[in-house]
Write a protein that binds this ligand. Structure first.
Ligand SMILES: Nc1nc2c(ncn2[C@@H]2O[C@H](COP(=O)(O)OP(=O)(O)O)[C@@H](O)[C@H]2O)c(=O)[nH]1
Ligand SMILES: [Mg+2]
Length: 238
């Protein structure tokens, strides 16, 4: 039996927004009764069926890398950013600042990806765009190299009369799920939230395949180029 491939998904957001609670519910289908402080990083795993019900169906391990949101861990966090195939951005619906702060997390990923690309002599994001401290949509979108999904937590504590705009999700052009992380029904199979999450995992899996192909191409050239196919892939060539 072949080994099951793994996909790394970062779970980012300020401290206390509900990252650990969300991950526990997503990975185990049950709420976390007493969350403890996440020190550094913790990893939870779940099995996911890519393109379930279709001929491309395949099982993957989704790894949730729940990274401590504390400012003091800022310098050590990049260690966890590579490889990274997608990111779950978590904010607390009762705390508007936690949604605004998601921009910082996206920028941190963008900066990291860029530094890695540059070290491979392949810069694809203009460096000037990353020096901007204020939110700048153009540079921001330029950094969105991986799939995202936004999770708004603590829906149970939100004043029902308040309407809210999905600011972050619309900037990123991704889905948003609003929920109470202590209630299983918000991610129950067959719900629109479960469909959104599943679609996000599939995109992350596709990103993984793409990044594997890119790193192969960077090292060895295009695998389907005629030169390579003659040299390495055709056993009948002299
Ligand atoms: N009422 C409510 N509390 C939540 C929700 N999600 C998380 N919490 C609580 O918020 C606190 C921080 O959650 P935690 O998952 O540790 O946040 P993290 O620091 O981002 O990992 C805990 O007391 C959780 O029980 C939610 O959707 N509703
Ligand atoms: Mg935590």
């Amino acid at each position: 039996m072949s080994a099951i491939d793994r996909v790394r998904i970062l779970v980012l957001g300020d401290s206390g927004v509900g990252k650990t609670s969300f991950v526990h519910l997503a990975a185990h289908n049950e709420p976390l009764r007493s969350p403890s402080w996440t020190v550094g990083c913790s990893v939870e795993v779940k099995l996911h069926e890519y393109k379930e019900g279709m001929k491309e169906q395949k099982t993957f391990f989704i790894e949730f890398w729940d990274i401590g949101g504390s400012h003091s861990h800022r310098n050590s966090r990049p260690v966890f950013y590579n490889p990274c195939h997608g990111a779950i951005l978590v904010h607390d619906l009762t705390n508007g600042k936690s949604e605004k702060n998601l921009h910082k997390w996206v920028r941190e990923i963008g900066r990291n990806k860029r530094e890695r690309k540059e070290s491979n002599s392949l810069s694809i994001v203009s460096s000037s765009s990353l020096l901007v401290n204020e939110f700048d949509q153009e540079s921001f979108i330029g950094n969105t190299l991986i799939p995202y999904i936004v999770i708004g937590t603590k829906l149970d504590q939100l004043d029902a009369r308040k309407t809210r705009l999905e600011i972050m999700a619309s900037h990123l052009g991704c889905d948003e799920i609003v929920m109470d992380c202590r209630q299983t029904r918000y991610l129950a199979a067959g719900t629109s939230n479960a469909v959104k999450l599943s679609r996000f995992y599939d995109k992350a899996i596709e990103m993984r395949s793409k990044s594997h192909k890119d790193s192969f191409t960077e090292r060895f050239g295009d695998p389907i180029s005629p030169i390579l196919s003659t040299k390495f892939y055709s056993p009948h060539q002299d």
